[in-house]
Structures are given as C-alpha cells and as structure tokens.
Design a protein. Structure first.
Lengths: 416, 317, 683
C-alpha cells in the first residue's frame, strides 16, 4: 500500500520533498480480515467515540491473542466521521468512509457508526457491498424499518444490525416513565435539528400524547447557535411540568446550562442517550446538570458483576472508564468475529456476503447477554435503562468527566 | 409570566446579545473604515479572546462551580481579566496585521480579504487542536444576584455586560473623537493620501485600529464566556457573522452605527427566535433566526449599502 | 519583411511551447484514463503495487472537487467576483437529484402521475397502506436539469446583488450560502429536513446500476472534468471570456468599451453555478446521501482555497490545485501520518505515534491559503506568464514611424465615414451636480460630423465630467445629448459605445493585467457576435469571426509602428506611459467609433511623442473620424482643432477658432488670473 502511494505522490512531485519509504515485503501467514470501525472522533462526541473505538479494538486484540479464528488475523481499520467544521459527525464524511471500507477488499464487517445521521449515510453504500454493519449506539428506528428497504437495503438483504435498542423504545419508554412514575401532565419538547434528535423527540412526543401528557410546544434548535434564551423564555412563560430534549451534546450542553439559568430548577428534564457523555459534566457541569434524566438503549451492564473483569482490563489499558456503549461496541465486535469464525467453520469462502449471513443468524454470548437479531437487524432483547445525573460529593472516586458514574442508574424503563 | 414579562425578558436577552455584537462590530467597522477590508480573522479573534479570558480566570483560581467572588476581589479579578484579555487579543490583531496583511496592503483586489479568511481558519484550527473540540465550562466569579422586574429576571451578568460594553464604547468614542490618534484615524479613513501628507503616520493608525478592534473583540469573547458560562472553538463564526451584519446595518465604517446595529441585531435575534402567534399558528421561531439575520444582511447591502447611519464617506476610487 | 519574420519567430516559439504543453496534457490525460488499471500494469512489470478501489474512489472524489474549482474559477478567476457562498449552488444541484430519486420525498399517488411514470420519471410504491410516488429521475437527465436550474438560481440571486462592489458581494454571497442550507433544513416537506436524503439512487448505465463500484463514477467524473475544462478554455479565449476579464480588471473601462457588465457578471455567475449544480448531482449520486450540513461555508472556503492555490483565472492551475489539495487530504496526510507513526515506533516516541495529521487538514488548508496569498499570489500555475524583456531586435522589428498613420492601412482598418453635413454630437443645456457642487451648468457643445473640437479649461472646470456624461458614466440632472440624430442621455455606457462613441481616459484605464492584444480585442466586443454557446461549440462561423478580430487587433496595433507590435503579448501594466496611451487609443479605435473622445491624450508625453501623436490624430481626422479632444497643450489644440470650447467652473466661457480663443480676455483670466492677464496685455 504504502509504496504505491509513494509512487503516486512522486508523480505529483510532492514525494520528492518527503522522500520514499521502501516497499514492505510482509507476507504474514495469516489472512488479514479488517473490521472497519467508524466513530465521531472529532467534535463534540469525541470522548464517547474514543470509548467505543477502544472497546472494539480491545475485542479484536483479544481475539487475535486467543487465536479465536484459525488462520485469520483481525485488524481494526478506524475512520473518523467527525469533522472540525461540523463540530460533530458529518454525514458526507460518513459516506466517504463507507466507500473507503467498501473499496478495501479486506474489510469484511464494520462496527459503528455511533450516530444515526452517519449511519443513514453509510448503510445504502454498505448494502451494495453486502457489508455487515453493527452499530453500538445508532438508535434511530428508520434504518431497520422494513418500509425503508428501498433506501437502506437496495441490494436486498439487511446489512445494518444493532447491539442496542432503538429510539422507538428509548423515547417512548422514557415517556412512560415520565407519565407513570413522575406524573408529568404538561410537556415541552426541543430537538437539535439532527437526524437522531428529531427522531427521538418525535417518538417521545407521540408516546407522551398517548399517555395523556399535554404538549405545550415543540421547537428545533440550531446546534451551532450560542443563545437559546429566547426559546427558553417562551418555555418559562408556558411553565410545563417537564422538558424533553432530543439531541446530542453539541447543543445539549448549552441547553443544560441555559435551562438551569432560565427555567425553574424543579422542572423535570430529560433526554435520550445523546446526553450521556462526559461533556455534560465538564462543560455544563453541576449544578446545571443535576437532576437531568437520560436513557441508554441497552441494559446497564458496565456495573454488572459479569463485566468486572472487562472493566478492570479496559481501565488498565486505556486509562478511562467504559460506559454501556463501550460494551455494546465490544459485543458487536464479538458478533463479527464469531461470524467470521462460523464462515470458516462452515468451510465457506470468507466473503462479505457470507459474513453478513452469519451475522444475521448470530447467537453470540456477550457481556450484555446473548445477542441475536430479528429479521430486520434489530437486537431481540430490547432494554432501555434510565439514569439521572446527580452530584454525589461523597463519591470521590467518580471523576467529573466520567459519565458512567455521574449518571446514576435508576432502573429499566417501563415498556409499553 | 405575562406576555409583557416575556417581551421584557426578550428585550433583556436581546440587549445582552446586542452588547456583545456591538463590541465585535466595532472591530469590523474600525478596520473597514480605514482599509476598506472585511476582516474575517476578527471572527476568531473573538473566540481566542474568550479562551484567553478562560485561562486568566483559571489562573486567578476561579473554578467552575467554585464560590463566587464579592467586593474588591470580584472587581479586581474582573478588571485584571479584562485587561489581560484585551491586551492579548489586541496584540493578536496587531500580529495578524503585521505578518499577514501589511505585505498585501497595496495589492488591488480581494487578496487581503482572502488572506483574512485563511488566518481565521488557522486560528480556528489551532484552538481546536490545542484545547479539543468539546465545549469548555467557563468559570464565573459573579455571584448569582438577580432582580425581578415583574415576571422578567434581570441578572447581575446582564448588568455587567451592559455596563462594560457602554464603558468600552464610550471610551472608544472619546478616543476617536478627541484624541490626537483618534483624529488621525478619522483623517486616514477620509483620505489616507491626504492624511499621510499632513504628517499622519498611516502605519501607526492602522496598527491602532487593529489593536483597538481586536481588543474589543477579545472583551466581547470574554463577556460571551461570562454570560453563557461556556465557550468552545466554534463560537466565532456565528457571532462574527451577526456582528458583521450589525456593522453593515449601522453603516460600515461608522462607529455609532456599529453600536446601534449590534443592539438592533441582538433584539431582532431575540424576538425572531421567540416568534409570534397569528392566525392560530406559531411563526418564525429559533430555526429561522439565522435566515432572518442573513436576509437583513443581504437586503441592507442590496438596497441601502450605506446602512442606517451612513458611512463617514471615505471616497476612494 | 522583418516584421513578419520576428512575429513569425515569436509565434513559432509559442507554437513549440504549446505543442510541448499539449503533449504533457495529453500524457496526463492518458494516465488519468488508464489510472484504475495502472495496478495491473505495475504488476505486469513485476512490481507489487496495486491501485485499489479505494484509490479510484478517492480520485473520483478529487475529480468532483476539480469540477467545483473549475466552476468557481469562472466566477472568481475570470470575472473577479468573490463568491463565498458557492456551496449553495452545489447544494441546489445535489438536492435536485436527491429529491427526485430518494425515498424520503414521496407525494400521494394519483392517476395524474401515470404520465410521469410512463416516461420513467416516477414509479408507484406502496407504503403504510397508501400508494405513493417515488421519483426516478435519471442521473443523466439530472445533470443538465441541475445545471439549468442552478444557472437560473444564479441569475435570480445575482441580479439584485451583482451590482455591489467586490467586498460587499463577498459578504452577500456568504449570507446566501448560509441561508440555503438552513432553508433546506427547515422545509422538511420538500427536503426531509435535517435528516436529509438517504438512499439516493445510484446512476444507471443501460440498465446497469453503478452501485458502489468506483470505476464508473471515476469515468463519469473524468468526463465531467474534461467537459468543463474544454468549456472553461473555450470561454476564456472568446469574446465572452475577454468581457469577464475586462469587468474584473476595470468595470468602468469595460463599460466604456462596450461590455455590459451586469450581463457579463450574470453570465459568469450562472455558468459557475451550473458547474456547481452538475457537480452536486455527481457528488450526491456517489455518496447516495445529502444533508443540509454537507454544504456549509467550509465547503465554499475549501473550493476557494483550491482556486487560489492553483492560480485564480488559470484553468490548468485550478485543476492542479484542486487535485493537489484533494490528494493531500486523501492520500498524502494519511500516508505521512503512517510514516510518522512508524518513525515513532522506531524511536519509541509515544507522542509521535499519536500524531494524526488528518485532523490538521483544515489547519493546513488555512496555512496554504495565507502562504499562497503572501508568497505566490498567482498560484501554482499563474494565469498570465511573466514576459521577458524585449530584445533590441524585437523592439525594432518595424521601422520607426514618425508623423501620422499610414493612411492606406488605416483606411482599410477603420470603417471610415464619408464627411457629411450636419452635427454628429449635440450637447444641449447639460447640467451635472454632485451634491452641492455644480460640475456642469447648462453646457452646449456641438461637434460637426468630421470635425475636431477641442475642450480646454483650467483644472476642475468640468472637462472630464463632460466626457463622463457623454459616455454615460455620470448621469445628467437636465439637458439633452443627441448623437447621430438619437438621444443618448440615460443610456448605459455600453449602449452609448454601440452607437459609435469611443473614449480614452485622462488617467489611462487599461485592463492592466491583460496583454496588449487582449486589450485591443476587448475594444471590438460590441462589434462581435459570439455568444456563450457559440464560444463553447466554436462553429466555423465563430472561429472565422475570432480570427478576423485577432487580425484586426494586430493591424490596429501595427498602425503605431514598432511601438506596440513587438509588445502585443506583454501585459498593459508593463508598458511605458506613452505606450499605454497608444494602447488606449488603439483600443478605442477597435470599437469602430464614429466619434473619438480623447481625454488629454498627450499628457505626460515628451515633445517628440506629443508631435507624433498629434500627427496621428490628424491622420484619423483626415480619414473622416470625428474627434472631441480635451487638451492642455495649446500648440496641440491649435494644430488640430477646428473649434475650441473653453470651460470654466462648469460653464462654457466661450467658443471659437483656436486663434480667437487665445486672445479672449476671459480665457486668459480663467487660466492665469486677473493680474497676470493685465501683465500679459501690457507686454
């Protein structure tokens, strides 16, 4: 690879300045299988992206160390779909990344992307190549909805799988919790104009209406704007019981901050998994973040007994604490590795299509339990966990930027 | 809250936004008045200013969620932070002029403007790469004092912004109107050749304009931090474009015009984001605020390029 | 004779260089055509190198940027309009294809859609128990449709804004560029809002979908680039391209030379927009996704960096710039990062292993922009080459000509008019006010057909204002100006030129960065007919017209003997003062004027040059050209003029034969003041 690039660059007279590197004659005995890892490593979601990326890389490293698949060496091929100017994921970059994965014949599966907006751009491209994608945190329901087969499965079979539940559960289940447990009667809904934010806010809003909560208003925010006080003043005027914000942290931290400044502190506030990230504590911080509800579209496993070893190893290796989506990313990678293994065991050629077929029929024991998918690629066990931010001054071990301990686990959200 | 309270609250919000835009608009107007140059690097001098302020406050030991300061400590820390931030951004502005713009001063065409776009990009990315993409919690030394006016709330930070903006704008007006350098600036804006012949050192005038404009932008950046308690590498573009709209609306090159324009744009943004209800529907709202601001920019430039107060009419052919 | 030889030698050298360039371009073209298969060639030669699909994919993305840069180059490079919202047109093109193929935008089906479906533009789909319309616009049809639509958008947006001066225009376009994506985001019924359009259909070619195979995209991209290069070059070297450059260099002078600057700018804007529109279709078909966030200010800036880095106005420079920066992004930085990591491993440095240059791409773009502006403003491949100083031989290819023009040659070139009776130009009661100042007060001037009228007067007496009001650069408050029987007051400068009034300027307004030849060619603008399509298609008629125009320009320059002929390819700014005056006159003559307005033509010339020019003007007069001249040198006035008009403080002081005027008291007083007049009389 490298030498070819050098040649091309020499042709463009740039390499002359930089010099050449010699061709490498590395012919390893093992076949290299690349697992694409796409995350938003630049921008507002960078911290969480780093966590999930490391989770996937750890699974790959362990599989190689244990020689899980004979004759195969796994490699992570990490691409960043975030750009500096977008300040978060950039759909165009995600599409470019998808084409890069597809164009590299060694890539047989992908873990990611983190964000639904990126996933929507990547899936059509992956579909043409039959490249299985397993997302750890893209929860927008549209991508696995069979109605949308024409755009997300142009080549026929589903290629997009999730080791998390979707916003079709995440939003409504939190709405159930708001109605049943918190006794919310009136509501205002905001979103950050993103694919994910809009979707989860719509789902929340619809279920809230079913539960008899009165909607006082709905607004879209510009994630790049600095000042939301005009909208928040309007909300203050309407004085709802609860506020729901659908979106990610780029707008989220500013919302959290300004909500604290403008709205009564007793108002019930909540959002989806987009709020779960260290930045809400480092940038918005306490007391603003205090009391905000958030969800994760997975069982809360990072505290569970069976993940102790994993968490300890992860912390030792990467010097950071894994969150639930680190584990779903790890699990997704395990599924891919297992699928490759089963293709080999079945004596079939290692092609993307065969790997995809194995993913579709996977039944893999993972940290969050046995992962299996339904016919659309959604995980079969759909669990939504609810968390609430709380400043526990006594808990000095929990660092401020560590969302996985700053958000206190409340329980599993009521399924409707 | 009653409807009157809401409008009062929006006016308070809008005036605070407007004060920041005014400070930033002054920098555009000073440089434009003298060089007829739209200085895109100004956008991110504002952003850098907020980070200098952040660094200073942390240096003084003011931490997020820490105890608020009072009395002399508060005044002292604020004064020192403003002084250093303004000095730092001012020097940054002068550096930009010296390194990137002076060699191009006599080049016809858009070369200088294109260069400022490049400088702006460099500042943006240097901050991004050095502090990271996540938003930063901006420590505030201000005690959370607020006054209720009916249902509307007026907080200490709003009063602070108004007072400091007014002070800085007053100081600038005095400087431009009454000091020798200020007069030299106005003379250069009118006719640089004639000013040069009358013994005005045009280089010094230009450097002063860059210094003052950038220092005001830095002060604006610091206020942004104190007001929103947050800053990040992306804040420059939107604020800058709105401030530029403000400068154009007031009449670019015109100092009082920039102040007036800033206030108007701030108020428009606040009220447009709030929107209004008519015929049973809610109109406008936050998502249209940008479109409204930029439409004003386009319409003013097309139909009344001299702005509300007009230029001081330097007539360069 | 010698002239032909030296010019011949020059052009044969040019031809040789052109052949060389042509060979290089052909070679690069061949390499590009073969690029996806070069890996096979390498392997055939025994190298372990491959061109993978990922490389072809990166390259086709780069080609997309080349087409964008070529489009922006027409707007910024050729026409000099700094457009900071160029990505908006890119977005409009992308959404044109996206909306009409994506599954997000599906109105309800009714039988009216049968017709649309019958021609293959829509199909019926069934969802949620409803019949819906899914549009299936063909990629190949979308290309011209998007080009047309964005061109129309360009005109609609450009019409009110293009009259703004350069820096204001930049800001207005920036605002426009911001508004378009926001409107897309806020109108989900048409665009699916923030979520954008996914699953945009891949192009099909005779029933075969491109899917994700990068090669067909690559070849479509290559074909687009080829097409746009040809269009760019043909436009550049045509009447249209010259009018853009004229407007870029000096809008006022361009107007006075017959270029309608509004039309010219709109044309540039529309064509640039059309390029972006086509690229938008290509881009969205390739990425199969479109969201409002893909088309913001950073995209506009990136394309601008490519144009600036390559060389504004230089077609090959822009191609090279866009290619280089795209490759920097997709190959060079990742590779360099890899090498640094390897180096870091070798020396055991953790920090080096963490470096990721790809994240610094935008920083590097910013630095490139600044450094290019500071140290290489003309870019990688400048649009105009620096001309070497002329050799002695070259300077003297033609014999030195003293005295007037070669009337035989001149008569052939100039469309001379027979002397007729009557007045050609009648200025009646023209008043011009600037604020409180009256620059002209009810001035009457009559220029008989075939006559020479001189206007004299002290500085500030309104002479140049008179010229400006005649040529339409300044509006009159009252009065009338009749030319050749028709009223011309209120006409635009280019319309006035078309009637047959050409002028020179007191402070010389040539198109300074353009060659002498091009300057003279621009003078012929109003007399040529080539339009956009003619220029692009270059049919025989167009080619003949262009050839004739070129020959005429060379002939006109040749009237000045060896003054201009050897310097035809030099930029106007490189000429001496006197030669610049001559070029300006040549340019005015090229417009085929009926009347020539000369504003202090001999200013700054030495006595010998002044004499030469006076003789030349005399010979123009001899050929029947009517002349109105502003001149300070009274001996020149005496020698040339039939009638002298004296202006003072915007009023006509007197009018008469040169000899009479010289003796007029009022004139002396106006020029010299009262005391001096007394002294003059006394002596």
């Amino acid at each position: 690879m490298l030498s070819r690039r050098s040649t091309l660059l020499a042709a463009s007279a740039i390499a002359a300045v930089v010099g050449f590197s010699l061709p490498q004659a590395a012919h390893a005995a093992d076949q290299v299988v690349k697992i694409g890892i796409d995350a938003s490593l630049t921008g507002g979601d960078a911290n969480e992206a780093e966590l999930v990326k490391n989770g996937a890389l750890m699974a790959i490293e362990e599989a190689n160390a244990a020689h899980v698949v004979k004759g195969v060496k796994f490699e992570g091929y990490v691409l960043d779909d975030g750009t500096a100017t977008a300040g978060q994921y950039d759909p165009a970059q995600a599409a470019i990344n998808a084409r890069k994965f597809v164009a590299d014949k060694a890539v047989l599966g992908e873990v990611g992307p983190q964000m639904s907006g990126a996933a929507k751009a990547m899936i059509p491209i992956a579909s043409w190549a039959n490249l299985a994608m397993i997302t750890e945190s893209a929860t927008n329901p549209a991508m696995t909805d069979p109605q949308n087969a024409a755009q997300y499965r142009p080549n026929g079979k589903p290629v997009f799988f999730r080791t998390v539940a979707t916003d079709a559960y995440q939003g409504p289940n939190l709405a159930n919790y708001f109605a049943d447990t918190l006794k919310v009667k009136t509501l205002y809904v905001l979103d950050d104009s993103g694919a994910y934010g809009e979707g989860i806010a719509d789902a929340f809003q619809a279920q809230a209406a079913k539960k008899g909560i009165t909607l006082l208003g709905r607004d879209k925010l510009d994630p790049k704007a600095a000042d939301y006080s005009a909208v928040l003043t309007k909300i203050k005027e309407l004085n709802p019981d609860a506020l729901f914000f659908g979106g990610v942290l780029q707008a989220g931290v500013k919302v959290v901050k300004q909500v604290y400044d403008i709205l009564p502190h007793t108002m019930i506030k909540g959002g989806g998994d987009g709020l779960v990230g260290g930045e809400i504590f480092t940038a918005a911080g306490y007391p603003a973040a205090e009391g905000w509800y958030a969800t994760q579209a997975s069982p809360h496993v990072s505290d569970a007994a069976n993940t102790k070893d994993f968490v300890a190893k992860y912390k030792a290796k990467f010097k950071m604490s894994p969150d639930d989506y680190t584990i779903t990313a790890y699990d997704g990678t395990l599924v891919l590795i297992d699928s490759v293994k089963r293709v080999k065991e079945a004596g079939k050629p290692l092609t993307r299509e065969n790997v995809r077929d194995m993913v579709a029929t996977a039944k893999v024991p993972t940290l969050q339990g046995t992962v299996a998918f339904d016919e659309n690629g959604d995980i079969q066990d759909k669990v939504i966990s609810i968390f609430q931010a709380h400043d526990d001054k006594a808990d000095t071990a929990c660092k401020l930027e560590d969302a996985s301990c700053q958000f206190k686990y409340i329980g599993v959200a009521p399924q409707s | 809250m009653t409807a009157v309270d809401v409008y009062l609250q929006q006016a308070i919000n809008g005036l605070s936004l407007g004060a920041m835009y005014s400070l930033l608009a002054l920098g555009f107007t000073l440089v434009y008045g003298i060089l007829e140059l739209i200085n895109f690097s100004h956008f991110n001098v504002f952003m850098v200013g907020s980070f200098i302020g952040l660094g200073m406050l942390e240096l003084f030991g003011v931490m997020p969620n820490g105890a608020a300061l009072t009395g002399f400590a508060l005044v002292g820390v604020l004064l020192a932070t403003f002084a250093v931030t303004m000095l730092g951004s001012g020097v940054l502005g002068v550096l930009i002029e010296r390194v990137a713009l002076r060699p191009l001063r006599n080049i016809r065409g858009p070369a200088s403007m294109i260069t400022t776009i490049g400088v702006s990009y460099v500042l943006f990315n240097v901050i991004l790469l050095s502090v990271g993409a996540d938003a930063k919690n901006f420590p505030s030394p201000l005690p959370s004092v607020s006054f209720a006016i009916g249902g509307a709330v007026l907080r200490l930070r709003e009063i602070l912004i108004w007072v400091i903006s007014l002070g800085l704008m007053g100081g600038l007006t005095y400087f431009v109107q009454f000091t020798k350098m200020g007069k030299a600036m106005r003379a250069t804006a009118q006719d640089p050749e004639a000013a040069r012949m009358m013994g005005v050192e045009v280089d010094r005038v230009i450097i002063t304009a860059f210094f003052l404009g950038s220092a005001l932008a830095g002060a604006g950046g610091l206020m942004f931090g104190l007001y929103y308690n947050i800053t990040s590498y992306v804040i420059g573009f939107q604020a800058g474009l709105r401030a530029f709209t403000a400068a154009v609306l007031g009449g670019i090159g015109n100092v009082p015009g920039a102040m007036l324009g800033g206030i108007i744009i701030g108020l428009i943004e606040a009220f447009a984001s709030y929107g209004f209800t008519a015929f049973g529907e809610h109109w406008l709202g936050a998502k249209w605020a940008d479109v409204i601001v930029f439409s004003i920019l386009v319409l003013v430039l097309v139909f009344k390029p001299a702005g509300l107060l007009g230029r001081l009419a330097p007539n360069k052919s | 004779m010698a002239v032909a030889n030296v010019i011949g030698a020059q052009s044969s050298a040019d031809q040789k260089a052109a052949r060389q360039n042509g060979a290089i371009i052909a070679l690069i073209g061949l390499l590009m055509l073969a690029f996806p298969f070069l890996g096979l060639a390498f392997q055939g030669l025994g190298f372990d190198w491959d061109i993978g699909d990922d490389d072809v994919d990166s390259m086709s993305l780069a080609l997309g940027f080349v087409t964008l840069a070529l489009g922006l180059n027409i707007v910024v490079g050729f026409a000099g309009l700094l457009d900071l919202g160029y990505a908006a047109f890119f977005a409009i093109g992308a959404y044109t294809y996206g909306v009409f193929t994506a599954y997000q935008i599906m109105p309800a089906w009714s039988s009216a859609w049968d017709i649309v479906a019958a021609v293959g533009l829509a199909e019926k789909v069934h969802r949620d128990g409803m019949d819906l319309v899914h549009f299936t616009l063909s990629f190949w049809l979308a290309l011209p449709i998007a080009a047309g639509l964005t061109a129309v958008c360009g005109v609609v947006f450009g019409f009110p804004t293009l009259r703004l001066r350069g820096d204001y225009l930049a800001i207005v376009t920036l605002g426009f560029g911001e508004i378009v994506p926001i409107v897309f985001r806020n109108t989900p019924a048409v665009t699916n809002g923030a979520a954008g359009l996914n699953g945009v259909m891949a192009p099909q070619f005779f029933g075969h979908s491109f899917q994700v195979n990068p090669k067909p995209y690559y070849y479509v991209g290559l074909a687009l680039v080829f097409l746009l290069i040809v269009i760019s070059i043909r436009l550049r070297d045509s009447r249209i391209g010259r009018s853009w450059m004229a407007v870029r260099e000096d809008e006022t002078a361009a107007g006075a030379m017959g270029v309608d600057h509004v039309k010219s700018k709109l044309l540039a804007f529309a064509i640039g927009a059309a390029f972006a529109g086509m690229t938008g279709v290509f881009y969205v078909a390739k990425l199969q996704t479109a969201t409002p966030d893909m088309f913001g200010f950073p995209v506009s800036v990136m394309i601008l960096v490519m144009v600036v880095f390559g060389g504004m106005g230089s077609v090959w420079g822009v191609v090279a710039g866009a290619m280089a920066l795209s490759m920097l992004q997709s190959w060079f930085l990742p590779s360099l990062t890899g090498w640094i990591h390897r180096g870091g491993e070798a020396v055991g440095n953790d920090w080096l292993q963490q470096v990721d240059l790809a994240r610094s791409t935008e920083l590097i773009f910013g630095l490139i922009l600044v450094l290019t502006m500071l140290y290489r403003r003309d870019g990688l491949i400048p649009a105009t080459r620096k001309q070497a100083a002329l050799s002695f031989d070259a300077q003297n290819v033609q014999g030195v000509r003293r005295g007037g023009f070669d009337t035989v040659a001149a008569a052939k070139i100039l469309a001379t008019m027979p002397k007729r009776g009557g007045n050609l130009l009648e200025v009646r009661g023209v008043t011009v006010k600037f604020g409180g100042l009256t620059a002209l007060n009810a001035v009457d001037i009559t220029v008989p057909s075939g006559g020479v009228v001189a206007v004299i007067g002290p500085n500030g007496s309104g002479k140049s204002t008179l010229f400006n009001v005649i040529t339409g650069l300044v509006p009159a408050d009252s009065g009338s100006i009749k030319f050749d029987g028709g009223e011309i007051l209120g006409l635009k400068p280019h319309e006035i030129l078309e009637r047959g009034i050409a002028r020179t300027f007191q402070n010389i307004r040539l198109f300074a960065n353009l060659p002498v030849l091009t300057n003279v060619l621009i003078g012929q603008h109003a007399r040529l007919r080539t339009g956009v399509f003619g220029a692009i298609l270059r049919m025989p008629g167009t080619a003949a017209e262009e050839k004739g125009a070129l020959q005429r320009a060379i002939d006109i320059a040749a009237l000045f003997g060896n003054r201009l002929t050897p310097r035809l390819n030099q930029t106007a700014s490189a000429l001496s003062y006197a030669n610049r005056r001559r070029v300006e006159i040549a340019r005015a003559l090229a417009t085929q004027p009926k009347i020539l307005l000369l504003d202090e033509p001999t200013a700054g010339m030495n006595p010998a040059e002044t004499l030469e020019l006076a003789e030349q003007i005399k010979s123009l007069h001899g050929l029947g050209l009517t002349i109105l001249i502003i001149e300070h040198k009274l001996d020149v006035v005496t020698q040339l003029a039939d009638t002298v008009v004296v202006l003072d403080h915007g009023e006509k002081l007197t009018e008469g034969k040169p000899a009479e005027v010289r003796r007029n008291d009022d004139v002396l007083r106006a020029y010299l003041g009262r005391a001096a007049t007394e002294a003059a009389r006394a002596s």
